[in-house]
Ligand binder design. Structure first.
Ligand SMILES: [Zn+2]
Length: 652
C-alpha cells in the first residue's frame, strides 16, 4: 500500500512521449518476410557471435510478420518469466516466437498449446527480433494484442459448411482458440451467408477467453450487419457485466429477450449498490453467507497532493463526512499468488483499457483524473493505444512490489492490487477503516472527517510504541511517519528519558521464559507510563500514549493478579483503555480487544452483562467497521461477540 516514490515523476496519462503523428506512423504496418529479418541479422552475425544470447536485438517497429505456426508450442524457463516457444515457418525456415508469460498467464504446455494451436495463421505486429549466438532467430512478443489470429490452416477441399460445423463443435467443447481460428475462416470467406452468426459465435469465444475488447469488436460488427440479432445482445450483456458497465448490460439483456430473471435482478442490484453505496452485508457478517458480489462504489473522495511532500499523492474527502459513512468499495484489479500477480494484472490490461491507464497512472507520481476511477466510466480498447501496453510491463512489476498487499496476514495468503485504496496514506491516528469482503475492499470513515481532510489508514498495527512504529514504516515502506501522534510522542521521548527505556523494557519482558514474571514487569511498565502521562494536559495525547503501550496495559488490566504490587486498575479503568483505543485507531480490529476489556471489568468471569457505557462504546466501534446498522442486528451481533463468537470479518 505504500506509495512508490521515484525521483523523476513521469507523466503517463494519455499518450506520453510520442506525438500523434508518430503514433500513426507506428501503426502503418507493411508485411515483411522472414528473409528480410534474417538478412538484417546476418549482417550483424559477426557482432552477434561475440555477445551473449539475446543481447543483439533488432527491432522492426512499424512492420508486421505473417506466418503459420508449424510446430506444437512448448515452454521454456527464462529467468523470472516463463515463455512459450513456438516455431514459425516461412519458405522452409523456422523462427522461434517467444511469448512473454506476463502477457499470456499460461503456465502449462496444454494452456500454451490451446492459445497457439499448430497450423494457426498469425500476424505479428511490432516484431522484436533477436539473434542468438547460435544464429537462431527469435521473435519476442510481450503483448498478445500484437498477435492477430488469421484463422487456422484447413485441409484442401474442406467446405465452409464443414468448417462451420467444426467451429461449433469446438465452441461447444470450450476450445475457444480453435473456435476463433475456424470462425475467422468462415467470416473471411467471400460472400459467406452466415456472417452474423459467425461473428456472434466468435464474440462468444473471445468472451470465453475473457478478451472483452475483441469480443466487443465482434459484437459491434455483428450488429452492423443485423442490428436486431438477439444472441449478440445477450453476449453484449455478459460483456458489459464483465466490464462493470451495469446499465449497458441491463439494456443489452433487455433487448436480447433471452436473459433470465436472476441475471436482470443481479444487474439491477449492482446498479443500485454503485449509485447509492447501499450494500447489504448482514448475512455475510454473521457468517451465514459467502461474500456477496459487489460493484465498485466511489464516494465523496478525490485525489490530491498531500501537504507533507514526502507523502506524495493521497486521497481527500470532498465534503464533511460522518463516522461510519462508506467512502469506497473497490474490487481487486487482480488477486493471485505472489508470483502470478504480474501476469494476472497484464491479463486485466487486455480486458480493460481503464485498468491499464490506472496502472500506468499509479506508477507515475502525479494526481490522476478521478474520471479514470468512476465505476460508470468504462474505456474500451482503442487500437491506436496498443503501443502503451509495452510500457505496462515494467510499470506492473513495480506496482506489485510497492502497492500490492496480501488479503490476509499469512505467508500463503494471495496478493491483490486495489488501485484507488492503494493511494490512501498512512497515519498512526487514522481516520478511515478498511474491511475485506471476499476480494473487495470496503473503506469507511472511522471518525467524523472534515471536508478537504486527508484520508488515512494504518499500514500496520499501531498499538505499538513509537520506536517500533518508526522501525516498521522505515524498513518496510521507507518513510518516516510525521503524524500528530508521532510528533507528540517524539517530544515526550526528547523530554523524558524514561520513554525510550519503556520500549526496551517491554522487549526484554517479552523475551522472559517465566510468563508470570513477564506479566509482572509489563504491569509495572504500564503503571510507570501512567504516572508519566498523568501530567499531560491533553486527554487525547494520554490516550495515544496508552495505546502505544497497549501490551503493558493489557497485562495490567486483563491479566490482573491479586497480589500484584503494581495496581494499574486503580489508576486507569478498563473502560478508559477501551476509550483510548477507540480514540487512537478506531475500527481497526480492536472490537475484540474492547470486548475483552469490557468483560475484565466484571466482578466475576463469565457474566455477560457488561456496563451500559462499555456496550455503547463497542457499538460505536462497530459503526466504524460496518457502518450504520439496525438496532436488532447490532444487539444480536454484540451479544454473540460477548458469548465468545469469532467473526471472521473482524480479523485484520
Ligand atoms: Zn505516526
Amino acid at each position: 500500500m505504500a506509495p512508490h516514490r521515484s525521483k523523476d515523476p513521469v507523466p503517463v496519462l494519455g499518450p506520453p512521449a510520442l506525438g500523434k503523428q508518430k503514433i500513426l506512423d507506428l501503426l502503418k504496418f507493411r508485411p515483411i518476410d522472414f528473409a528480410e529479418i534474417q538478412k538484417s541479422l546476418r549482417e550483424n552475425a559477426e557482432e552477434a557471435a561475440k555477445v551473449k544470447n539475446g543481447e543483439n536485438k533488432v527491432e522492426f517497429s512499424g512492420r508486421s510478420l505473417l506466418g503459420t505456426l508449424s510446430r506444437d508450442a512448448g515452454i521454456i524457463k527464462d529467468g523470472m518469466r516463463v515463455s512459450s516457444a513456438i516455431a514459425e515457418r516461412s519458405d522452409g525456415d523456422f523462427v522461434y516466437l517467444l511469448v512473454s508469460n506476463f502477457a499470456l498467464s499460461s503456465t502449462t504446455v496444454e494452456e500454451v498449446r490451446m492459445h497457439f494451436p499448430k497450423g494457426a495463421r498469425v500476424k505479428i505486429k511490432h516484431p522484436r527480433a533477436l539473434c542468438t549466438a547460435k544464429g537462431r532467430v527469435i521473435i519476442e512478443i510481450h503483448n498478445p494484442m500484437y498477435i492477430d489470429f488469421l484463422g487456422i490452416e484447413v485441409p484442401d477441399g474442406l467446405t465452409v459448411e464443414k468448417i462451420w460445423e467444426e467451429a461449433s463443435a469446438a465452441l461447444e467443447k470450450k476450445d475457444y482458440v480453435r473456435a476463433i481460428h475456424l470462425l475467422t475462416r468462415c467470416i473471411d470467406e467471400e460472400g459467406y451467408k452466415n456472417k452474423v452468426e459467425a461473428l456472434s459465435k466468435r464474440c462468444q469465444a473471445w468472451l470465453g477467453l475473457n478478451c472483452y475488447e475483441r469480443a466487443f469488436e465482434d459484437a459491434k460488427r455483428a450488429h452492423v450487419v443485423d442490428s436486431t440479432h438477439r444472441h449478440t445482445y445477450l453476449l453484449k450483456g455478459q460483456l458489459f457485466l464483465g466490464l462493470q458497465k451495469f446499465r449497458a448490460a441491463l439494456d443489452s439483456f433487455y433487448r436480447s429477450g433471452l436473459a433470465d430473471d436472476d441475471t436482470m435482478k443481479r444487474c439491477a442490484r449492482l446498479i443500485e449498490q454503485r449509485d447509492t453505496g447501499n450494500y447489504e452485508l448482514r448475512e455475510f457478517i454473521l457468517g451465514k453467507s459467502k461474500a456477496p458480489e459487489v460493484g465498485d462504489y466511489l464516494g465523496p473522495v478525490r485525489m490530491g497532493m498531500a501537504a507533507d511532500e514526502e507523502k506524495g499523492r493521497g486521497l481527500f474527502a470532498t465534503e464533511e463526512i460522518k463516522a461510519g459513512q462508506l467512502l469506497l468499495v473497490w474490487n481487486a484489479a487482480a488477486v493471485a499468488p505472489r508470483e502470478d500477480l504480474p501476469a494476472k494484472l497484464m491479463r486485466k490490461c487486455l480486458t480493460s483499457r481503464k485498468s491499464l491507464f490506472q496502472f500506468l497512472g499509479l506508477d507515475s507520481e502525479l494526481a490522476m483524473e478521478m474520471g479514470l476511477f468512476k465505476p460508470t466510466n468504462v474505456l474500451i480498447h482503442d487500437q491506436q493505444q496498443d503501443y502503451i501496453w509495452f510500457d505496462a510491463v515494467p510499470a506492473i512489476a513495480k506496482l506489485c512490489s510497492s502497492y500490492a498487499f496480501q488479503i490476509e496476514d499469512k505467508p500463503e495468503s494471495p496478493m491483490g492490487l486495489w488501485t484507488l485504496p492503494a493511494l490512501i496514506n498512512h497515519s498512526c491516528v487514522p481516520n478511515v477503516s478498511q474491511q475485506m469482503v471476499g476480494t473487495a475492499l470496503f473503506v469507511r470513515a472511522a471518525r467524523n472527517i472534515r471536508a478537504e481532510e486527508e484520508l488515512t489508514l494504518p499500514y500496520m498495527d499501531v498499538k505499538k510504541p513509537l520506536d517500533e512504529r518508526m522501525y516498521w514504516t522505515d524498513s518496510r515502506w521507507g518513510f518516516t511517519c510525521k503524524c500528530l501522534r508521532c510528533r507528540v510522542e517524539a517530544r515526550l521521548h526528547a523530554q523524558r528519558p524514561e520513554f525510550p527505556c519503556f520500549h526496551a523494557r517491554m522487549r526484554e519482558a517479552a523475551k522472559r521464559k517465566d510468563r508470570a514474571e513477564a506479566l509482572e514487569e509489563l504491569r509495572r511498565i504500564a503503571v510507570e507510563v501512567e504516572d508519566q502521562i498523568a501530567t499531560l494536559a491533553s486527554p487525547v495525547e494520554r490516550d495515544w500514549v496508552r495505546t502505544s503501550y497497549y501490551l503493558a496495559y493489557r497485562a495490567g488490566l486483563l491479566e490482573r493478579s491479586s497480589d500484584s504490587p503494581a495496581k494499574l486498575s486503580s489508576r486507569v479503568s478498563a473502560y478508559q483503555m477501551m476509550a483510548a483505543l477507540h480514540a487512537t485507531c478506531p475500527g481497526y480490529g480492536i472490537v475484540r480487544e474492547m470486548v475483552a476489556l469490557a468483560k475484565s471489568a466484571l466482578p466475576s468471569p463469565g457474566m455477560e452483562a457488561i456496563s451500559e457505557k462499555s456496550r455503547l462504546l463497542i457499538e460505536k466501534e462497530f459503526l466504524c467497521v460496518l457502518g450504520e446498522q439496525k438496532r436488532e442486528f447490532l444487539d444480536v451481533f454484540v451479544d454473540e461477540l460477548l458469548k465468545g463468537a469469532d467473526f471472521d470479518i473482524l480479523r485484520t
